[in-house]
Design a protein around this ligand. Structure first.
Ligand code: AGP
Length: 351
């Protein structure tokens, strides 16, 4: 039975358009400049975080390379602290992302790299948190208090702030950012439209909730989006959902599929032809149910196709993420789980 009660998680997902609106007002001036402070020279970036915040790092990292043309890596905080040596130059920038600003693994990572005299920046939702006070540069992701253990609006805000960093680097290099500024200004209304597509989301959630073998596929920036969708379904529905890079999935992993499985595929213009070919193969060989979340108008390879139409990758990332968050939250209510108190989890993970 689908619960009629609105969960805190759902309320926080619905706040995403207004969170982005507020961030635009705070950080992008009327004449299109980005109002954050960064070191003037940056040779390379490493982004370190845990959980959903790590997924932000993994979404941002290829965007930094593609748009700002700077080497960028991302690492899980818990792995970072185990590594004996880190790549450091006098102009390296280490970025730490955290909703709470208090996650032990990420704090330990900051303390470790600070010993090497590296410049640090945090993107956090908690002003005056330990992380805020430890880092040289700071960006408040300002999503408002996030009560739900399953992070949603805070992640959305973190990704936006990562894009602010990219825009600032590009403008510091003297290049034009008006195109990406305009795209970001249109983001809140784009997200509002996705939230309003409730029928499609409910149909998808009712279908996915019937399966226990769930695979989410996405290429490049959409792979961490797929991982985040899987994390949300794990936390709120207690299902063992796996995420894969789409191409890699075809190298053996695909054999887990059968008629009792469901595949959720994220598709944009760049991978549409590849996705269509491979979804046909998957259907022919294994016949699973297929749900497509696609920014490409008229892509029809799924049993259910959810359109998040846009030609801009930076917008489609938010659109796919929001769609997966809504599906996970609706699935929890269909499965009669309370997404606001997932078993055994706490909001802040400390030692
Ligand atoms: C997200 O839904 C989780 N609750 C969890 O993975 C979380 O993102 C992680 O523990 C990191 O927390 P932080 O952002 O506060 O550092």
């Amino acid at each position: 039975m689908e619960s009629k009660q609105t969960s805190i998680m759902q309320k926080e997902i619905f706040e995403e358009p207004s969170v982005i609106k507020k961030l635009i007002e705070s950080y992008i001036t009327e004449d299109g400049k980005v109002n954050i402070e960064l070191p003037e020279k940056i040779s390379n970036i490493v982004i370190v975080a845990s959980g959903s915040s790590y997924n932000c790092a993994a979404i941002a990292s290829p965007l930094v390379i593609e748009y700002a043309n700077i080497p960028c890596d991302c690492e899980y905080s818990s792995e970072f602290v185990l590594q004996k040596k880190h790549f450091v130059t006098p102009d390296s920038l280490y970025i730490f992302v955290s909703q709470s600003g208090e996650t032990s693994d990420t704090l330990n990572a900051i303390r470790a790299i600070k010993q090497e005299g590296v410049k640090t920046l945090c993107i956090t939702n908690a002003k005056d948190s330990t992380m805020w006070n430890l880092c040289d540069y700071k960006i408040l992701s300002d999503a408002g208090e996030e009560k739900s253990i399953a992070s949603t609006k805070a992640l959305c805000a973190q990704i936006f702030c990562s894009i602010l960093v990219i825009m600032k680097i590009i403008s510091q290099a003297g290049e034009d950012i008006s195109g990406i500024v305009n795209t970001m200004r249109r983001l809140p209304s784009y997200l509002e439209r996705i939230i309003m597509d409730t029928d499609k989301i409910k149909t998808a959630a009712r279908t996915v909730a019937q399966y226990e073998n769930i695979s989410i596929l996405g290429n490049k920036n959409y792979y961490p989006v797929a991982k985040e969708g899987a994390l949300k379904m794990k936390e709120t529905c207690y299902l063992n959902v796996m995420a894969y890079p789409f191409g890699e999935f075809m190298h053996g992993h695909v054999a887990v599929l059968n008629q009792t499985s469901i595949v959720i595929a994220i598709i944009d213009e760049e991978n549409a032809a590849f996705a269509q070919r491979n979804l046909e193969k998957i259907r022919k060989n294994y016949n699973p149910k297929i749900v497509c979340i696609t920014s490409v108008q008229e892509f029809k390879s799924g049993d259910i196709n959810i359109y998040i139409k846009t030609k801009r990758k930076t917008k489609a990332i938010f659109g796919a993420l929001l769609t997966l968050q809504l599906i996970a939250c609706t699935m929890a209510s269909i499965l009669d789980r309370n997404p606001d108190s997932p078993k055994g989890l706490t909001k802040v993970v400390k030692d």
